[in-house]
Design a binder for this molecule. Structure first.
Ligand SMILES: [Fe+2]
Ligand SMILES: [Fe+2]
Length: 173
């Protein structure tokens, strides 16, 4: 039995892929900024470990941004320069929850992007994204552990995205 997820219905154009990757890149910039700031302003002995982890996440998000920008350039696009907005707060729980929500959205976006890349036959892009998603899931796990909760289930229902997301609900992985 073939258990590979189908990519039928996930076909997008090169221009659409460039646009979606630029949205992903804006999210990576957001993550870099959030992790830089949150890692420094998190206060309290109970957050010492997670603050160190957030600092490490910042470096990983920078590598993700470079990899995504490289793929955008390869596809003939111009990498985005503006980050998505970063929530600022003095409250540790608010910061950690904002990070967790962003990671959850990021994982959902890359799950879709991998299928779109494979539908296009862009296997190097899909391999790059698979490497990134492994780290994003680790970030989710670190944040959920710091908050003392389970990792939320993948959110595959980002709003208003065509070319596959509506199908994600029907496709059995
Ligand atoms: Fe990232
Ligand atoms: Fe991340």
């Amino acid at each position: 039995m073939n258990t590979e997820p189908t990519t039928a219905g996930f076909e997008i154009t090169r221009e659409e892929m460039i646009r979606f990757l630029n949205e992903d890149l804006a999210g990576e910039y957001q993550a870099i900024i959030a992790y830089i700031v949150y890692s420094q302003v998190l206060k309290g002995a109970e957050y010492t470990d997670i603050a160190g982890e957030l600092e490490q996440h910042a470096g990983e998000e920078l590598q993700h941004a470079i990899k995504i920008a490289k793929q955008i350039d390869y596809l003939g696009g111009m990498p985005e320069v503006t980050p998505k907005p970063v929530i600022t707060s003095e409250d540790a729980i608010t910061m950690l929850k904002a990070d967790l929500e962003n990671e959850r959205n990021t994982v959902a976006r890359y799950r879709l992007r991998i299928r779109q890349a494979e539908a296009m036959g862009e296997y190097a892009l899909s391999e790059t994204l698979r490497g990134i998603i492994v780290q994003e899931q680790d970030h989710e796990i670190d944040l959920a552990a710091a908050l003392g909760i389970d990792v939320p289930l993948p959110e595959d229902s980002l709003h208003g995205r065509r070319n596959g997301l509506d199908r994600l609900h029907k496709v059995q992985p």
